[in-house]
Design a protein around this ligand. Structure first.
Ligand code: NDP
Ligand code: MG
Length: 391
């Protein structure tokens, strides 16, 4: 039996992971499940899967979790430290599917104890790519990408040498506003930004898809994970979301990964790797699909992409600054205190401020310095937003 843990079990990726492991109950033993505020879901899954331990990220919800688990053998725990402790419990495979920089420390703990890490939490690589990869190397373990584009690239690279790669093309649906007139974006509402044309995902990544901050994070994720140069990575808008990524080789060949927009493919690939097994995903009928469309992304519509390119060139802790500021700006957009286009403007101002303090960006990358930078970026984002509100 393989021992598995799922961090962020109550979310969109977590629930899809549970769907897959529930189909083969004899193959998996569940060690830890984690969630945030959705205590009912966490307790229900922990009972059904007979997890050793269930952890909520929020200490004030511990009693609720205990109550919900009463009469079962599942242990309850709460808070960021309990999350790291749960991730440190011996397991063979750990799904990292917490949203945001909060996923970094538990993911590192899972790697340190030697688990294979299925990585959906792209923020880990954006904030601390070198640290995450180095931790895996030292522990002699492996990271399998779960982001659909990165899983696609990983699959296109099986049996290939990275030196033979000329370019990597990741696709973007274009999000909720791809066909909106540019002027209308300024007044885009939370409800409008929270619906995705193709994928069913958590709210934060759905809004990040509309603003292309998601693709911006994925550019950085690609550079970190596959160790290619920034100018080798391209983004193309592909409204159907059927091609997830393409890898271009030095002989001119382009290998595309094609499949329906269902995260259970990438999750299942990481779960079964290095084997391929049956997965309950739709088989594409290409005659039915008819045609695939592509267009270049419009920089004016998606300023996040250029910000990410600057971050890739800058390196160091700039990824943690970028992500921390983005998370805070997204919080503010969700809270209704800033507009849709303000998010990129806020992140740009925070990056400019940091640029003036090179020593901060060039500090050695450790969990501590990344965490400190993340906090600082959030504080600076708050002060930038306060200043902008007063202008
Ligand atoms: P969701 O918002 O659906 O789920 C997030 C999970 O993290 C939930 O279990 C949530 O708990 C938990 N959580 C929220 N805040 C915290 C916190 N501060 N500390 C600990 N746990 C927390 O997100 P998704 O499943 O959509 O995304 C998860 C990750 O996967 C993200 O990094 C995203 O970018 C990435 N990803 C997602 C894809 C998708 O299809 N959804 C595709 C590719 C990548 P609760 O809900 O109980 O509050
Ligand atoms: Mg993706």
């Amino acid at each position: 039996m393989r021992r598995v843990s799922i961090l962020g079990a109550t979310g969109s990726i977590g629930q899809n992971t549970i769907d897959l492991i529930s189909r083969a109950p004899d193959e998996f033993r569940v060690v830890a499940l984690s969630g945030g505020g959705n205590i009912a879901q966490l307790a229900r899954d922990a009972r059904a899967l007979r997890a050793e331990i269930a952890v909520t990220a929020y200490p004030e919800r511990l009693q609720d979790l205990r109550d919900a688990l009463a009469g079962s053998d599942v242990r309850a725990a709460a808070g960021p430290e309990a999350l790291v402790e749960a991730a440190s419990r011996p397991a063979d495979w750990v799904m990292s599917a917490i949203v945001g920089a909060a996923g970094l420390a538990p993911g590192l703990a899972a790697l340190q104890q030697g688990a294979t890490l299925a990585l959906a939490n792209k923020e880990s690589l954006v904030c601390a790519g070198a640290l995450v990869l180095d931790t895996a190397r030292r522990a002699g373990t492996r990271i399998l990408p779960v982001d659909s584009e990165h899983s696609a690239v990983f699959q296109a690279l099986i049996g290939e040498e990275i030196d033979a790669v000329e370019r990597i093309v990741i696709t973007a649906s274009g999000g909720a506003f791809r066909d909106w007139p540019l002027e209308a974006l300024r007044s885009a509402t939370l409800a409008e930004a929270s619906s995705h044309p193709n994928w069913d995902m958590g709210q934060r990544i759905t809004i990040d898809s509309a603003s292309m901050f998601n693709k911006a994070l994925e550019l950085i994720e690609t550079k970190e994970f596959f160790a290619v140069q920034p100018d080798q990575i391209e983004v193309i808008v592909h409204p159907e979301s059927l091609i997830h990524a393409l890898v271009g080789f030095r002989d001119g060949a382009l290998m595309a990964h094609v499949g329906p927009p269902d995260m259970r493919h990438a999750i299942g690939f990481a779960l079964n790797w290095p084997d391929r097994r049956d997965l309950p995903v739709e088989r594409l009928d290409l005659a039915q699909v008819g045609q695939l469309n592509f267009r270049a992304p419009d920089d004016r519509r998606y300023p996040a992409l250029n910000l990410a390119r600057a971050v890739m060139r800058r390196g160091g802790l700039s990824g943690a600054v970028f992500n921390g500021a983005k998370e805070r700006a997204l919080d503010a957009f969700i809270a209704g205190t800033i507009g849709f286009l303000d998010m990129a403007a806020v992140v740009e101002e925070v990056l400019t401020r940091f640029e003036a303090q090179a020593d901060l960006m060039d500090a050695e990358m450790t969990l501590e310095t990344v965490t400190r930078t993340d906090h600082l970026a959030r504080t600076w984002a708050d002060s930038v937003m306060a200043e902008r509100a007063g202008r």
